[in-house]
Design a binder for this molecule. Sequence first.
Ligand code: NG6
Ligand code: CA
Length: 492
Amino acid sequence: MLAVFMAMGFVVSAQNKKPNIVIIYVDDLGFGDIGVNGAIGVKTPNIDKLAKNGLNFTDAHSSASTCTPSRYSLLTGSYAFRNNAEILEGDAPLIIDPNIETLPTMLQSAGYKTGVVGKWHLGLGSGKIDWNKRVAPGPKEVGFDYSFLIPATGDRVPCVFLENQKVVGLNPNDPIMVSYGTRIEGYPWGFKHPELLKMHTDPYHQGAIINGISRIGYMSGGKDALWVDEDFPFMLTEKANTFIKENRNNRFFLYFSLHDIHQPRIANIKFVESSTMGPRGDVIAQMDWCVGQIVEQLQKSEILEDTLIIFSSDNGPILDDGYLDYAKELVGDHNPGGVYRGGKYSIYEAGTRVPTIVHWPKQVKPGTSSALLSQVDLYASLASLLGNDIQKETAPDSENHLDAWLGKTQNGRTLMLEEAFTFGLRMDNWKYIKPKDEVVPNWIKNKFVDPGFRKKPQLFNLEIDPSETINVYKDYPVIVAKMEQELNKILK
Ligand code: NG6
Ligand code: CA
């Protein structure tokens, strides 16, 4: 009897122990891009191992089908449309209000050390940025004790890292200037100097050429501080692992936001031709290596068992997204979005249904889960894990689904919003897409991606039609009316 009580006591105290939390956030990774979900053209042994020893979700979603909106929702627990969050330029102001409670501030008040390493793309500063001084507000002001950033995206200037909001390696005699409007002299422009390019681009990526790659936007100065794209995997994993090592005796939260597999897809030579899909596959392999490095560090620090790892992506897959890198998936059997329709930018399922793995050896039994979940729910779910109450106005769209995230139930949301150029709503296995009377923007037309909005409403029954091929809108007026009503309630 005593032994039973003691065993129970052990379980209770283990449950009370707060885990370290690591969110590994991949960029543009599709549902079908990892081995456990059926990838063919590339091997992802490290991610597969995480999935085999953890919980692999088949119906978990980023909140939107592009980066900035998804990240905004992840960190604030609020839908992106409430703040008009859209893909930001590299000099855009910070879109998170420093006065609100965020996921990292919530974790700070629960005693966590917080850090972000990698792609930010949530804006910085509050107007015109002086890149030669500390750039604020930024991660610190919204709850991160430490930051090491790619400020926006790999295809946008400035092409420099920011550590704790200061440009790394900047020579004060060579100040940085950035412009997204007027062309500024400085680094040569892609459209004028195609002979300097490693790869050709669409007309939107023909600004400053840095490291043989032309970007969106113009830049001058900061020569000593320029990043080398091929070194991203090493730079970022090293910074993340240093943060882990330094905080191994604290409770910590690491938001590890990889640049891969976003374009420009320039794999390090170590990973070139490590897949049969060309550059897009090579950077998937590279990203998988980074994941392995983080897990290995957690293991070396003897904290893997106590760490809750959440692996996911900010939106679905895309082939050429502006750089002509000959992503070859179209000719192979590899299906980046799995059986799902669409991809990045799209309101169809592959836009937001992304690889999602939860790994926490002490608490989560290995398996799979078909619970319907959105990343916007991580806020309230993690707050509940830590026993934190959240105020009503905080994280207004975040639902506590801790039991589903930890595999204690297969029941997640009954209703779930999806954001893209229009809105989608999931109600169990029904999917409704709000009509939109607009033409497809020019810049997206040539991307082999169907953004999915139509002049007429769309309804799909994912249970029998997971690939959203047959619009059954006319056959189910009652369901449609109910879903329109629910959607309007959310959008109001
Ligand atoms: C788009 C860019 C695209 C990519 C995307 C951001 C053009 C024509 N296209 O605006 O290349 O950078 O923004 O991707 O400018 S995301 O994953 O960060 O949302
Ligand atoms: Ca993305």
